[in-house]
Design a protein around this ligand. Structure first.
Ligand code: NAD
Ligand code: TYD
Length: 351
């Protein structure tokens, strides 16, 4: 089996669902269920014995070693993190605790477990750490995209905490020989995205007749990666990635925020027109910029294509349409997230 941490979050839950749809290998899912964890994402696995959910933190130095000994996973995939830049600006401490201290404790627990495995199991074992393109800092309009050799220059408490965790992961390979892999991906989007991030927030606000907030001039550029493409990249890296290496994962989709939101509005205008006949674009509202806002991220995903034969299947146009349709077709999920009722899911389903 594999151990997935943070598997009730946006990317982690997509990963668990895709994994069990395609493979028969069980998943042990360890998630602390912070505000970002939503077990409703995994409701289709309720009766699937291949999915074992455990509520707990990666930094729990009693629970994690016990789980590792009991279930003997052949790999750990670490999605667990505090992930929202704006929250890291308002309150950085949770980011240091989970992303830095938590990853450190997880690495220590995994190192002790790995050291006790027999030689074959040791060499087959993998620790795959999920990181972000934000560790590379910000780009000017004409700069080349980030490669795996771009120096780290994180600018927000979030990206600094992710950079710190990446360095620890690297050091555990170099110093202790732990068989690690790291992926640095761009902005994901798709089903089960928590509505604090740009795309789901704008979708929900549009549908609820609220202002659609654009920070600053809306010309900040991000690369957009459909979450299912990200999941297939992780499976490729886990299967064939070279130990100790990092792999950039991107969608080859650089877009300015305002263009992303205009595209969202166009699709909504077509699929769910406003009652008054106006475009959803009428709801776009420019608001105060984020402090220290990185201007541009761009990912050069050549290495993963050349070495592992992975490239994204979705263009931004196909992926964003699928995403809007998913939100329109999953109104109960949207309503539970918007009302906060998703936090009751654990009690409703598991007690
Ligand atoms: P998310 O915030 O949606 O989910 C994080 C999950 O981790 C939640 O289920 C939460 O309950 C859990 N968690 C938090 N602290 C924990 C702890 N101490 N122990 C166990 N579980 C804990 O995040 P996401 O968007 O799914 O991101 C997953 C990973 O991918 C993160 O490491 C993030 O830094 C990285 N990443 C995300 C994006 C993106 O666009 N979303 C882009 C690049 C990298
Ligand atoms: P976000 O989804 O928070 O991801 P990240 O900061 O990790 O890239 O934001 C994506 C971009 O959208 C970023 O440039 C900030 C911007 N943004 C807005 O303009 N308005 C919003 O309400 C949010 C949440 C983000």
């Amino acid at each position: 089996m594999i151990l997935v941490t943070g598997g009730a979050g946006f990317i982690g839950s997509n990963f668990v669902l895709d994994w069990l749809a395609q493979l028969d290998e069980p998943v042990l899912n360890l998630d602390l269920l912070t505000y970002a964890g939503n077990l409703e994402n995994l409701s289709s696995l309720e009766h699937d014995l291949r999915h074992i959910f455990v509520k707990g933190g990666i930094g729990d130095t009693k629970l994690v070693p016990e789980l590792l000994q009991k279930h003997k996973p052949r790999a750990v995939i670490n999605f667990a993190a505090e992930s929202h830049v704006d929250r890291s600006i308002h309150g950085p401490e949770d980011f240091i605790q989970t992303n830095v201290v938590g990853t450190f404790h997880l690495l220590e627990s995994v190192r002790a477990y790995w050291a006790g495995l027999d030689e074959k199991a040791q060499s087959d074992f993998r620790f795959l750490h999920i990181s972000t393109d934000e560790v590379y800092g910000t780009l000017g309009a004409n700069d080349p995209a980030f490669t795996e050799a771009t120096p780290y220059a994180p600018n927000s408490p979030y990206s600094a905490s992710k950079a710190a965790s990446d360095h620890l992961v690297r050091a555990y390979h170099h110093t202790y020989g732990l068989p690690v892999l790291t992926t640095n991906c761009s902005n994901n989007y798709g089903p089960y995205h928590f509505p604090e991030k740009l795309i789901p927030l704008c979708l929900l606000n549009a549908m609820n007749g609220k202002p659609i907030p654009i920070y600053g001039d809306g010309q900040q550029i991000r690369d957009w990666l459909f979450v299912k493409d990200h999941c297939s990249a992780i499976r490729r890296v886990l299967a064939d990635g070279k130990l100790g290496e990092t792999y950039n994962v991107g969608g080859w989709n650089e877009k300015a925020n305002l263009d992303v939101v205009n595209t969202l509005c166009d699709i909504l205008d077509e699929l769910k027109p406003r009652a008054d006949g106006l475009s959803y674009k009428a709801q776009i509202t420019f608001v105060k910029d984020r402090p220290g806002h990185d201007r541009r991220y761009a990912i050069d995903a050549t290495k993963i294509e050349r070495e592992l034969g992975w490239k994204p299947q979705e263009t931004f146009e196909t992926g964003i349409r699928k995403t809007v349709i998913w939100y329109l077709e999953n109104q109960p999920w949207v309503a539970n997230v918007a009302s906060g009722d998703y936090r009751q899911w654990l009690n409703k389903q598991y007690v």
